[in-house]
Design a protein around this ligand. Structure first.
Ligand SMILES: [Zn+2]
Length: 128
């Protein structure tokens, strides 16, 4: 993946503007910020609502892996001594922990479909 000359970030090729001289190796965000291209000329620059929607999808996909350790810590700190609810919660927690990777794999195609829906159409120009 190429690196932007201005912000030193690496992106796939379709997140770069095209041209030579000052426009070579410049990502779409730096290109718009430095006035090399307009926003209409950079279809792969995400606007704010696209950014928020994409972040929401990613957060929804990975939030399970944040909640599970929190639930385990909650159980070990406060519920493990309580009878019988500590045992019930432990069983539910074990089931949840075992089902999470399956759910993650099961939802992968939904996730990539949602991300594709929120990715602007892009035609690679000749020679790139
Ligand atoms: Zn850049």
């Amino acid at each position: 993946m190429p690196t932007c000359r201005h912000c030193f970030s690496t992106y796939p090729r379709n997140y770069f503007i095209h041209g030579v001289g000052p426009r070579a190796q410049v990502c779409v965000r730096c290109g718009v910020e430095k006035g090399l291209v307009t926003e209409e000329e950079a279809p792969t620059l995400f606007n704010n609502s696209q950014k928020n929607a994409r972040f929401g999808i990613v957060a929804r996909r990975y939030s399970f892996f944040l909640y599970l350790p929190i639930l385990w810590i909650f159980w070990s700190v406060s519920l493990s001594e309580v009878n019988p609810w500590g045992m019930y919660f432990l069983i539910a927690l074990i089931l949840l922990t075992l089902l999470t990777p399956l759910w993650f794999i099961y939802r992968a195609s939904q996730f990539s479909g949602d991300m594709a829906r929120l990715t602007p159409a892009y035609d690679r120009p000749e020679g790139h």
